[in-house]
Design a protein around this ligand. Structure first.
Ligand SMILES: [Zn+2]
Length: 155
């Protein structure tokens, strides 16, 4: 994004920003690339910590999300092609959705575009919020009468 430089952590342009060279891994790769990021001196510790976490766990998180959404798609397609959605299919999907939610809660890595627009601090909050919703959905669904009756036919 062009224009006034904004703090990579809080997304604000006020005050004095310093530029620092970071080594950041790609979401899908192991290779580091060097980027200069503007940040408020007081927000540098948070940014340092988050980039370290991303470099360590970014690929793991991307793999987990791809694996879980792929599994959901495969199970759903299988269910629609062969005789419909069973209680097992519903339970598996709910489990996979909540596992995605837990992943986002523990590792709230947002897309670079989001970080670019609103800063890392708010991207993290939004990603955590999304994770919380994904964890809640299965609970709400399981509390729904029709589903709990369907699931009880499993046992
Ligand atoms: Zn800042």
């Amino acid at each position: 994004m062009g224009g006034t430089p904004r703090c990579t952590w809080c997304g604000r342009s006020d005050g004095t920003l310093t530029h620092h060279l970071y080594q950041v891994k790609g979401r899908f790769g192991r290779r580091y690339r060097s980027i200069h990021l503007p940040v408020h001196p007081r927000h540098k510790p948070q940014l340092d910590r988050e980039i370290t976490r991303f470099n360590r766990f970014g690929l793991l998180v991307t793999s987990l999300i791809i694996l879980l959404s792929g599994a959901i798609t495969a199970v759903m397609m299988g269910a629609f092609l062969h005789g419909g959605v069973t209680a097992e299919v519903i339970l598996f999907t709910l489990f996979a959705v909540s596992a995605m939610g837990v992943t986002y809660l523990i590792f709230p890595f947002a897309t670079p575009t989001t970080v670019d627009i609103i800063g890392m601090k708010w991207s993290r909050r939004i990603t955590r919020g999304l994770g919380g919703v994904l964890v809640l959905i299965p609970i709400v669904v399981l509390l729904h009468d029709d589903v709990s009756i369907l699931v009880s036919t499993l046992t």
